[in-house]
Design a binder for this molecule. Structure first.
Ligand code: URA
Length: 196
């Protein structure tokens, strides 16, 4: 079986942390690995929990629209997932131990996709992915808009950080910055990702 599908099957049955008690559906991630690009968010929200798919609520619609404006089809060109695969109740932030329980799945997904580019959305994603690469970050402002050459497990990759689209939904300044960052990370124009 396809490695990503096999990981997804285990995520759907996962009971490693308390979030499995309150989730409707786990959200393993979706998209394609072929182009070597991963987008990693924080955790599923209400709509994602209902559908079992990442970034299908309001923040997801914003992300999908920005990607499309820059020639990226989310179903075809990228693999999208989250640090935490089950919805935290009431959309609270994921707790340290929930992130720790779930991170091994993300590491496995990175090993399966072998991405040349990983885009971290928001502070939890940035902190977790930088942590996996042995680096600490204090705040998103220190790393937002930047890219880092990192090794995660046995995968050498470029990790780029931007704001979370949920934050950008409510703050037009962040929305501009998110779009600018994504356009730069993916290389803009014609949908040809810089790293493809
Ligand atoms: N926010 C996230 O971080 N991930 C989703 O899948 C949806 C909203």
């Amino acid at each position: 079986m396809d490695r990503l599908l096999e990981i997804a099957e285990r995520i759907r049955r996962c009971a490693r942390c308390r979030l499995h008690e309150t989730r409707r559906l786990a959200v393993p991630g979706e998209g394609r690995a072929e182009k070597g690009v991963m987008i990693v968010g924080e955790a599923p929200g209400e709509k994602e929990d209902e559908e079992g798919r990442p970034f299908v609520g309001p923040a997801g619609k914003l992300l999908t629209a920005i990607l499309a404006r820059h020639g990226v089809d989310r179903g075809r060109d990228v693999f999208i997932t989250n640090v935490v695969k089950c919805r935290p109740p009431g959309n609270r932030e994921p707790l340290e131990d929930e992130i720790a329980a779930c991170t091994p799945y993300l590491v496995e997904q990175i090993a399966a996709v072998r991405p040349r580019l990983i885009i971290a959305l928001g502070v939890h994603s940035a902190r977790t992915l930088m942590g996996l690469a042995g680096r600490k970050i204090a705040k998103i402002a220190d790393v937002r808009g930047k890219c880092f050459e990192v090794r995660i497990g046995a995968v050498d990759t470029t990790l780029c950080v931007t704001y979370h689209p949920a934050a950008a939904l409510y703050n037009p300044k962040l929305r501009g910055a998110l779009e600018e960052d994504l356009a730069r990370f993916i290389g803009g124009g014609g949908g040809l990702l810089k790293y493809m």
